[in-house]
Design a protein around this ligand. Structure first.
Ligand SMILES: [Zn+2]
Ligand SMILES: [Zn+2]
Length: 131
């Protein structure tokens, strides 16, 4: 998959965990953005975030917050929705209305880490039902 923000940059697949708890994430080596499929989101825990911090990246490029983002997973040019998880008003995430994947910019990942992971994940998964 290509990065949503960086022109022509291929996301790198990183795996973390073991056995049934394995998490596969797609990371942009340039902007540090992360793509998460919904089933991967449910497996996130502290170990995930600790591991992420160990990943070395190149220079971070400034991102334009206003550009429209398209899902890297869906082929039809599906535009991502901006969502605010109920309990975390300051957090804005981009999610695909079709495949329910999530895009986390670098700063967003850090904010996610600063809140209760389980609460956040429950909140994100509940977005679906709120329509
Ligand atoms: Zn990128
Ligand atoms: Zn999608």
């Amino acid at each position: 998959m290509k990065c949503l923000r960086c022109d022509g940059v291929e996301l790198e697949v990183k795996t973390r965990g073991e056995g049934t708890d394995i998490v596969e994430i797609d990371i942009c080596p340039q902007c540090k953005g992360i793509w998460l499929d919904p089933e991967e989101l449910q497996k996130l825990d502290d170990n995930f975030f600790l591991d992420i911090e160990k990943i070395e990246f190149g220079e971070v490029r400034a991102t334009n917050e206003d550009i429209e983002l398209f899902c890297p997973r869906c082929e039809t040019g599906t535009m991502l929705d901006k969502v605010h998880p109920a309990q975390f008003k300051n957090l804005i995430l981009d999610t695909c209305p079709s495949c329910k994947g999530f895009w986390l910019d670098k700063g967003e990942l850090e904010r996610v880490r600063n809140v209760s992971d389980q609460l956040l994940i429950a909140s994100l998964l509940a977005l679906d039902e709120e329509g």
